[in-house]
Ligand binder design. Sequence first.
Ligand code: G6P
Length: 369
Amino acid sequence: DSVERGEYRHYMQKEIFEQPRAVADTLEGRIGPHGVLPNIFGIDADPILDKTRGIHIVACGTSYHAGMVAKYWIEELARIPVVVEVASEYRYRDVVVPENTLFVAVSQSGETADTLAAMRESRRRGYLATFAICNVPESSVVRESDLRLMTRAGPEIGVASTKAFTTQLAAFALLALDLGRRRGLDNARYLEHCKELQSLPRYIENALQSEPAIVKIADHFINKQHALFLGRGAQFPVALEGSLKLKEISYIHAEAYPAGELKHGPLALVDENMPIVAVAPNGPLLDKLKSNLQEVRARGGELIVFADERAEMDADTAHIATVRVDGGGDLIAPAVFTVPMQLLAYHVAVQRGTDVDQPRNLAKSVTVE
Ligand code: G6P
């Protein structure tokens, strides 16, 4: 397997670095200078997407976090209400399904037991149609869905999902833009975001350059038992994904909070033994986030900030380090900022000497309940 891993030490590292290509492949032939291309969701998609007035997204693990980002995008661009739920809850709950609601299953493998069961259950619940975002064309989720958009991440070996996630985000961005266009999104804004999405592989490539800085930061986590991740808006799910990566492969207990919730509980945990990772893109919530970070600093928390290059961040906002990342525009920034989170988890795990590609107790695909 060392041949397949090539120059990389682990599959996970290789897969992190494959992301520019994987995302480019996922966008290939699906978006052009005039927008999202027709029929990319299947030839039956048009009447269904025209009719869609609500969306329920169901998934597990990392795929669930992709759905959470999509909620921010779809509601903002298409003004369609979105509910996101983990499949193991959704399948056993008496869900209310308003008329013309689309069911969306997200799964790298297309074989996750709870996601598949949720999709089968949705058949009885009166949805407009089912839609799959998936990485394996011959999988059960794909075979059983009405509409689909394949991610083209290629095989993912590392148990902790990386390129599957960013390609799911690319797929969701295509869906959000297409729905936006159908639901009256301003055309200039639509085209601007389409252009932005096409530049995503380039921004991811650029974000990968932060690796040497992150290797140094990883040092601070080696002897820690807990870590807190903070984000706001569509970066909150990115914080969740960052904390999931860290706990999966380094076995450090990590939690993520929307930064505005800090004072409603987690602030009580903050001291010098608690590294806090904040995702700080450039946007309307930046000032709010900065004041959240001041609260952390005032309590002696060790702060690591991943900040957009354009965000005005005082050099001393962070105790430990500020890593500058060019997030691109608002739409793609969550996908771009995911990359340094992945690299951080990876390098902490490597330094702690865990089995990065095969973390204890976890499986790549959970095909039994
Ligand atoms: C397992 C994997 C995760 C993955 C989740 C959902 O927990 O370890 O990496 O996100 O399953 O898998 P799916 O194939 O449905 O995306």
